[in-house]
Design a binder for this molecule. Structure first.
Ligand SMILES: *Cc1c(COP(=O)(O)O)cnc(C)c1O
Length: 401
């Protein structure tokens, strides 16, 4: 597919800070599983804005709900009650362990609130000097200072020292390492039930259950970051549910808004006890527009059976990947769950070249970690799209060998 120069590329270079390096494509419209450039080229979207566009592009229910909400009310602040926020909080708590919800605007903020909630609970409610968080290596929790401090990857720390104190990192999928890292100052354990940015690494069966047991024994909190893995992405409403384990606190964002910025920190009534008036807040957090979007996402997932679909399509995609792995030396395995999948490459392979070759074939995918092509299509994906994606990726890999 041609990737013609677009009129915004040079303007972006002149007017943006340098921290992004976008592909030379400007999308101006989306429809279901497809994105369209300004000059009409069509791309099959298996990136979903980094696991965000959970119900695809331009879903009629979302378009209707957002235009309706825009006509009614966009924002009131948390000085007042707004019905979409109450309704979304109920929809979320009905589907998981949580009793209560705090709304933020992004994944980093949802984690920031989770961390503040945990320290506040220990220090004010329990009256204990516990402040330390045990986190995993290869984790990703966002880009605010506390979130990078929680993140177990040195590349996100470089040039930002000193970090926020009180974070320790241990290998993922190693419960004994967590047990050994706990001290009388430990406040909580924070992990992703399926590491996304770190390379699509799923928790081993039993790992999360063991963490739950350790936290209970030690009297500390368990926090799951499901910003990427949550909201049906892995074939469960939340990824931790596959292991039948419940955290005390959970962070959500990405897929929750289907493209409208929203984050959420969910908690048990006990863990949330420290959040009393004035302790934490967000001006935009939980505003009527964002919550109406979140509510629509949950309703569409329910109505269209997308939790089950994510599971079935994920299995189907995984079978197709097996044949690609058998055919191409550049692919050596796969990881993931549901519709959050990684195709593993040897570390020597330049994955950005594969992403660019796929793009030239009209397929959008991303990378994650050091050795993975990340594939995370909207949850509305069908068998026909899986065929199309597999064929395009096959052609892309052939073009490189
Ligand atoms: C993307 C991501 C975040 C950060 O979310 P932002 O909305 O970019 O702040 C945090 N945790 C996980 C697991 C993520 O994948």
């Amino acid at each position: 597919m041609k990737q013609s120069a677009n009129p915004w590329a040079s303007r972006l270079e002149a007017s943006f800070t340098g921290n992004y390096r976008p592909a030379p494509l400007a999308f101006t419209r989306g429809e279901g599983m497809y994105l369209y450039t300004h000059d009409g080229d069509r791309y099959l979207d298996f990136a979903a804005g980094i696991a965000v566009n959970s119900i695809g592009h331009n879903h009629p229910d979302m378009t209707r709900a957002l235009s309706d909400q825009a006509r009614q009310l966009l924002h009131v602040s948390n000085l007042f009650i707004n019905p979409p926020a109450v309704e979304l909080a109920e929809l979320l708590t009905e589907r998981c362990f949580a009793d209560q919800v705090y709304f933020a605007n992004s994944g980093a903020e949802a984690n920031e609130a989770a961390l503040k909630m945990a320290r506040r609970y220990m220090q004010v409610i329990r009256g204990e000097n516990r402040f330390e968080f045990i986190c995993a290596l290869k984790s990703f929790h966002g880009r605010t200072w506390a979130a990078i401090s929680a993140t177990g990857q040195a590349k996100y720390h470089e040039g930002f020292q000193p970090l926020v104190p009180g974070f320790k990192h241990v290998p993922y999928n190693d419960a004994d390492a967590i047990r050994e890292a706990i001290t009388p100052q430990t406040c909580a354990v924070l992990v992703e039930p399926l590491q996304g940015e770190g390379g699509v690494i799923e928790a081993k069966p039993g790992y999360l259950a063991e963490l739950r047991q350790i936290c209970d024994e030690e009297g500390i909190l368990l926090i799951f970051d499901e910003v990427q893995s949550g909201v049906a992405r892995t074939g469960h409403w939340f990824a931790h549910q596959y292991d039948g384990v419940q955290p005390d606190i959970m962070a959500l964002a990405k897929g929750l808004g289907g493209g409208v910025p929203i984050g959420a920190t969910l908690c048990t009534k006990e863990a949330g006890r420290g959040f009393v008036p004035g302790v934490h807040a967000s001006t935009f957090g939980g505003n009527p527009l964002a919550c109406r979007a979140g509510k629509t996402v949950i309703e569409v997932i329910e109505k269209e059976g997308l939790v089950e679909r994510a599971k079935l399509m994920g299995e189907s995609l995984s079978e197709r990947f097996e044949s690609l792995i058998a055919k191409h030396d550049m692919l050596i395995g796969q990881r993931g769950r549901g519709l959050l999948r990684g195709l593993v490459t040897p570390e020597s392979v330049d994955r950005s070249q594969i992403v660019a070759a796929a793009r030239a074939e009209g397929l959008l995918i991303t990378t994650a970690g050091a050795d993975v092509l990340r594939v995370c299509p909207p949850l509305i994906v069908g068998e026909g799209h899986l065929d199309e994606a597999t064929e395009r990726l096959d052609r892309a890999l052939c073009s490189l060998s």
